[in-house]
Design a protein around this ligand. Structure first.
Ligand code: DQA
Length: 166
């Protein structure tokens, strides 16, 4: 199982930017904790950060046929990007949206997420721990999808055995 973590604009500045809002932790430290969780849970994980909308769209498209789940913090593009929303919708890969801060407590323009409606879930206001919660959520989603696939397979096999016997 492979998870791709996509980080939007200015998240490369974590640890420097507005520490009172985003905390002191650097992006690479968040990623290193996620890598540990992935190793413990036998998951493959890849990280991508970009300040450019089109690059984020490209990375989402590259997930098609490659990744099983996407964890994404589109940062400021959350509130504006129909292109990122459409890309998430196009690939039909379960995605979880993460925000370090509680966007609903902040300026009004941050209350709206263009991307959340096409994500399986959204985690806000939990700081870096939100990424850990997203990993746990993704493991749950992927195991449910897997269980559904197995059940479907078993049903088809039962139907085939039934029609062979009749
Ligand atoms: C953010 C919230 C966004 O509104 C903001 O533009 C960011 C970070 C967060 O993680 O809290 O860059 O996505």
């Amino acid at each position: 199982m492979k998870i791709v973590v996509i980080q939007g604009p200015n998240l490369n500045m974590l640890g420097i930017r507005e520490k009172s809002i985003y905390g002191p932790m650097k992006l690479e430290d968040i990623h290193s904790q996620m890598r540990t969780f992935a190793e413990q849970n036998k998951l493959e994980i890849e990280f991508f950060q970009s300040n450019l909308e089109g690059e984020i769209v490209d990375r989402i498209q590259e997930c098609l046929g490659d990744a099983d789940g996407i964890i994404i913090n589109p940062a400021a593009y959350t509130h504006t990007s129909i292109a990122i929303r459409d890309a998430l919708s196009a690939v039909q890969i379960p995605a979880i949206e993460v925000h370090l801060s509680n966007i609903h407590q902040r300026e009004e323009f941050r209350h709206k997420s263009m991307t959340a409606p096409v994500c399986a879930g959204q985690i806000v206001g939990m700081g870096p721990f939100g990424y850990h919660l997203a990993m746990i959520g993704m493991v749950q989603i992927l195991s449910e999808i897997n269980a559904m696939k197995q059940a479907k397979k078993a049903k088809i096999q039962t139907q085939e055995t039934g029609s062979n016997n009749s």
